[in-house]
Design a protein around this ligand. Structure first.
Ligand code: AMP
Ligand code: GLY
Length: 456
């Protein structure tokens, strides 16, 4: 970490943070943090990290929103050599990886294995650990081996198709088919009709999702309500970050196509201390024990996609990163210096940090482009962003045009997060402010949090 010691009267040009105590300039710590990614999740991470003492945040490649809290760097997260060059040039102390792909592709192994990057810490699992998300078959084997509650499953490929069909015939509808590998969030099919399930299974094995569906996991359908629980671990210690509920379908009342996420609420009323205690005992602890037993060095986020079936948690999926749009709610409820927490995590000292969550409820509404999650237009000029009050607007898919206007640049465009003492209050503020934002084709769900209000 670049430590800058300043003395009275001394001006050091690269000092970005210093404190004056009783007339004396004292030791200041500069922390250069590189966040990889360009969505709402990365804006929320960068926003929170930038509030850390002495933190200077860079975002690669970022968006029009991240430019307000740090410096955007025109580097693709998949270009590891360019990431390395930037880390060296900018004396980066910590890299925080937003999306899963660079983790699955081994960015942690790359950085940890490079002698020139010895001083650079990184948040995220290595390539083996990232298989928890990168391969559903790996994740299911892992859960079975370490006794983590999850749906019963069968792994099928072209060589054991007839056994796969037999398993399918033995489970009740709806039928859950999952591509083993990463398929841009589209690799899960849930079908009511047995014949359709069999046909889709064959199509998947024939390359419907490319190599990602050469193996398919057939799963029993889990009943219940979903919740996203986030764990930050240094491999030895862990903290439970605020949990959140995501709204995945495009339409009100959970109708229509699946999306990357249309909104989030945190905390989730049914996540009582008792439920979270079950999550820790039945899922978090066995998971960390398993990672250790497998010799996997895991310093980063574990996102547990859970089903709550009458108070009993089951793992639907592991992700090895934070959720989007959950992060846009979760980050606003973490109190204290999140940069400190991540440095401590990377150093294996997570037990030393003090961590608290705000008691407030956060409601996040995602504004999307008309047509999303199918074809949509880009480059629509956005207005109203400067008039927002009492909310944080995290940019998900925005850019600047040649005239420095903020324009849409993705399907999910901007996430508006409001707070209140109840879901009702936070929803009221969020939707009041959403009305101020305009761009051609704007679309959003009107019912974020409504289902949970009934449980409050
Ligand atoms: P995944 O990509 O694994 O998150 O799956 C996408 C969505 O499919 C999940 O968020 C759930 O809503 C649903 N899903 C996946 N697996 C199951 C299951 N075994 N039972 C019920 N729903 C599931
Ligand atoms: N919101 C779900 C995800 O990030 O995968």
């Amino acid at each position: 970490m670049a430590k800058i010691i300043m003395y009275p009267g001394e001006a050091k040009k690269d000092a970005i943070d210093w404190k004056e105590v009783q007339g004396q300039h004292i030791t200041a710590v500069r922390r250069n943090i590189l966040v990889l990614g360009s969505g709402g999740r990365e804006h929320a991470l960068a926003w929170k990290l930038a509030q850390g003492e002495g933190a200077q945040v860079f975002i690669a490649p970022g968006n029009a929103g991240t430019a307000q809290v740090g410096v955007n760097v025109n580097i693709k997260p998949s270009d590891f050599e360019a990431v390395k060059d930037f880390c060296l040039k900018q004396e980066i102390n910590l890299v925080v990886v937003g999306p899963e792909q660079p983790l699955v592709d081994g960015i942690v192994d790359f950085i940890k294995g490079d002698a020139e990057l010895r001083g650079v810490k990184i948040i995220g699992p290595d390539k083996r650990g990232a298989q928890l998300e990168g391969s559903k078959a790996f994740a299911k084997d892992f859960m079975e081996k370490y006794g983590v509650p999850t749906a019963k499953c069968f792994k099928v490929n072209k060589d054991n198709l007839s056994e796969g069909i037999k398993f399918l015939e033995g489970v009740k509808a709806p039928y859950v088919l999952k591509a083993d590998g990463l398929a841009a969030g589209k690799g899960v099919l849930i079908l009511n009709d047995m014949q359709e399930a069999k046909d889709e299974l064959v199509k998947m094995l024939d390359g419907k999702f490319g190599a990602a569906s050469a193996t398919v996991v057939i799963e029993e359908f889990l009943k219940g309500i979903e919740v996203s629980v986030f764990v930050l671990t240094d491999g030895e210690h862990y903290v439970l970050l605020p949990e959140a509920k995501d709204y995945k379908r495009i339409g009100d009342g959970d109708q229509g196509l699946n999306t990357g996420g249309m909104g989030a609420v945190s905390p989730v009323p049914f996540c009582t201390p008792d439920f979270l205690n079950r999550v820790e005992e039945r899922i978090v602890k066995p998971t960390l024990k398993g990672l250790k037993a497998e010799g996997i060095d895991y310093k980063g986020f574990i996102f547990l996609g859970l089903m709550n079936d009458g108070g009993d948690p089951y793992v639907i999926e592991y992700n090895v990163r934070m959720g989007d749009p959950e992060t846009e709610a979760v980050m606003t409820r973490i109190e204290g210096d999140f940069a400190d927490m991540l440095f401590a995590c990377a150093d294996g000292r997570l037990n030393e940090v003090h961590y608290a969550k705000s008691e407030k409820t956060a409601v996040t509404v995602m504004l999307v482009s008309g047509g999303y999650p199918e074809a949509y237009k880009k480059g629509m000029i956005m207005s109203g962003l400067d008039n927002l009050k009492d909310v944080v607007a995290f940019h998900a898919g925005t850019a600047f045009d040649a005239n420095k206007n903020v324009v849409t640049a993705g399907g999910r465009v901007i996430a508006v997060t409001a707070h209140g003492d109840s879901i009702e209050e936070a929803r009221g503020i969020a939707y009041r402010e959403v009305e101020k934002i305009h761009f051609e084709g704007i679309n959003f769900r009107h019912d974020i949090g409504l289902d949970l209000m009934r449980l409050q």
